[in-house]
Design a protein around this ligand. Structure first.
Ligand code: S6P
Length: 627
């Protein structure tokens, strides 16, 4: 007999056999038929609401959203109290060192970085004597992966465990809270770290070990052994679940069931947003304890996020933001005629979000490195912190050099420039480019379309060429958050706002451009184990008469360009190696599976549709249905 809502939802997911993180979302099933940015926003508004209000599975079944998942809220409270006690203890006796380590791959690692920086900097501002970052981060692939895709390291549990060990070794006698993030409960990199934490020999300085993800534990990945005992991620999660039951003050599984992503599997969206909210709440609540304020209420904090959703998806904003999405899509349609989408911020914190969103379009939508870019404005690269200088060297989508040197890149009316206006407290001592001057030059010397997104407390003037996305209610919300909690919380809310806006622009522009079929990005790159199985899942979804094995065979035929397979079929790592860098693997496999044609003919059919995967599949499906 199933009692709780959670049990019923979990049972549904397990019976269905597909993890929530890989399911298509019913709300956005027809997102590829949307004809405007505003229509896309209507859909995203519904899927984002699921984070707070729950995922509607059927007329009788709905999961708890963050706002009524009391077991998760309770865990937030316990962990934040522990963090508070340790920070407080350290502020009294500085030799008692304490560290929080956030870790993840891809977007999860990027959020680990962002959240750790915002929190550490804030702590330094209230405890000037702190001479190290209380909150540290690990990202698979190192800092290079902050703005580049390095999907393959995700599959390496030993690398994950070693990096965690390195931090612990570097800080002996430091008590640590470890929080791993893997939205799909699928990244072996994070599993390796969980395995490390659960091992008694390593456990001495680990005060707490937690994981964030958005699937039932039962749906944790069961393939890929993680350790010498041949245990897989699922085995470890079962252990963790057991330990959490026995010691709920030390072990934590944060896995609210917020429903599938608007673009199937794109965990940078809802899951990334929810990850951020969970971490924001844990840290904000710890700060409230430190401040000796009245006890805080998580529901009241969540209310701030929902208020922001309401502002973002209000009719007026939707119209203006929808317009930015439309023009951003136009820029993509005109890539050959100077079209491009460019974000710019003069805050390191928000600038990182810009660069991250832009760089995620490469692996998510197969975007080219010039299609969508993030800029951090500074007079010259040298004035940025060392970390940023590293990014610039490594990343094609981050430009911080004097933009004026690159004016020729914006000299088309199809090029869109989106300036983020903020009054950021954390600006470092970088030399900020004179924004008015930049605007003047953009206006006088280029033809690009210019938009401003106002996240500051000031009003900004609209002009003929500069359109402003003004959301006056935001500054009231931020101010209230700062007054009731801390300026840290208000910064978290600002990051949340910008993340949603940028995700909507980049997703909306690519979907309108025709990059998805239904809500599925078919042309997924097969660059790690998760994506290999996702590719098989896509084939299965569109060719339901085939069994799993046949789907895998079509995928392999495409990876090996129709040649006979000479490697072991179960050597997935080898298949991924061969697939890396190849184009249109899944679309070609799908064409072969749908039509029964060979690899060369699949290539021809795709060519005939000018590589528009959506058009090709659409035509083929119609043909098959009309037979
Ligand atoms: C998803 C993004 C990926 C994931 C990464 C980690 O939109 O492109 O880089 O963040 O694969 O996934 P997970 O499930 O371990 O958080």
């Amino acid at each position: 007999m199933l009692n709780s809502v959670r049990e019923k939802v979990e049972e549904f997911v397990v019976q269905n056999g597909i993890p929530v993180s890989e399911l298509p979302n019913k709300i956005t099933n027809n997102i590829d038929l949307a004809t405007s940015g505003e229509e896309i926003l209507n859909l995203l508004s519904e899927t984002d609401k699921e984070i707070f209000r729950g995922w509607v599975i059927s007329d009788n079944l709905k999961s708890d959203g963050l706002s009524n998942d009391f077991s998760i809220l309770k865990k937030i409270s316990i962990l934040s109290k522990l963090i508070y006690e340790k920070i407080h203890e350290q502020s009294k006796s500085p030799d008692k060192r304490f560290k929080i380590i956030l870790s993840g791959c891809g977007t999860s690692g990027r959020l680990a970085y962002l959240c750790s920086q915002t929190f550490s900097l804030f702590l330094k501002s209230i405890y000037p004597a702190l001479d190290y970052n209380v909150c540290d981060y690990i990202i698979a692939g190192g800092d290079y992966a902050l703005v580049n895709s390095v999907e393959s390291v995700e599959d390496k549990p030993k690398v994950g465990a070693q990096l965690l060990k390195n931090i612990l070794d570097e800080h002996p006698n430091t008590e640590c809270v470890y929080l791993g993030i893997t939205c799909g409960f699928s990244a072996p990199f994070v599993a390796g770290q969980i395995d490390f934490c659960l091992n008694k020999e390593n456990n001495r300085n680990i005060l707490a070990c937690g994981i964030i993800g958005f699937n039932p534990v039962e749906m944790t990945r069961k393939t890929s052994p993680i350790n010498e005992n041949n245990e897989n991620f699922y085995d470890l999660m079962k252990k963790l679940e057991n330990m959490e039951r026995q010691d709920p003050n030390k072990y934590f599984i944060f896995n609210p069931l917020i429903g599938p992503e608007p673009i199937t599997g794109s965990s940078r969206m809802k899951s990334g947003t929810t990850t951020k909210i969970l971490i924001d709440l844990i840290f904000t609540k710890a700060l409230v304890y430190l401040d000796k304020r009245e006890n805080s209420n998580e529901l009241e904090m969540l209310d701030f996020y929902e208020k922001i959703l309401n502002v973002l998806y209000a009719e007026n904003t939707k119209k203006n933001l929808g317009n930015i999405i439309d023009n951003s899509c136009e820029a993509l349609r005109n890539l050959k005629h100077g079209g491009s989408i460019n974000y710019l911020s003069d805050s390191e914190r928000l600038g990182l979000l810009c660069c991250v969103d832009a760089s995620e379009c490469l692996p998510t939508y197969g975007a080219g490195k010039n299609d969508i870019k993030g800029f951090v404005s500074a007079k010259n690269a040298k004035s940025l912190t060392q970390k940023w200088q590293g990014f610039i060297k490594n990343c094609p989508t981050v430009w911080s050099q004097n933009i004026i040197d690159h004016l020729e890149n914006f000299n088309s009316d199809k090029c869109v420039f989106i300036l983020i206006e903020s009054d950021d407290e954390f600006q470092s001592d970088q030399e900020i480019i004179d924004k008015e001057n930049l605007e003047k030059i953009l206006l006088e010397k280029t033809q690009c379309k210019i938009y401003k997104i106002n996240l500051s407390s000031k009003n900004i003037e609209h002009t003929n060429r500069i359109k402003v996305l003004e959301m006056n209610e935001l500054s009231i919300i931020y101010r209230e958050a700062s007054k009731m909690y801390s300026s840290y919380f208000s910064n978290c809310l600002q990051e949340f706002t910008l993340k949603l806006i940028l995700n909507a622009i980049s997703t909306g522009a690519h979907v309108l451009y025709g990059k998805t079929y239904e809500n599925i990005m078919i042309d997924v790159k097969v660059s790690n184990i998760k994506l290999y199985w996702r590719a098989c899942g896509i084939l299965k979804k569109f060719c339901s008469e085939l069994n799993k094995e046949q789907c895998e065979d079509y995928l392999l035929a495409s990876i090996y360009s129709g040649e006979k397979l000479t490697n072991e079929k179960n050597d997935i790592e080898k298949h991924i190696e061969v697939a890396t860098g190849k184009e249109f693997i899944v679309p070609k496999a799908l064409i072969m599976a749908l039509t029964g044609c060979n690899y060369s003919n699949a290539t021809l059919l795709l060519d005939e549709s000018r590589n528009s995967v959506r058009n090709c599949i659409f035509k083929l499906k119609n043909k098959i249905q009309n037979k």
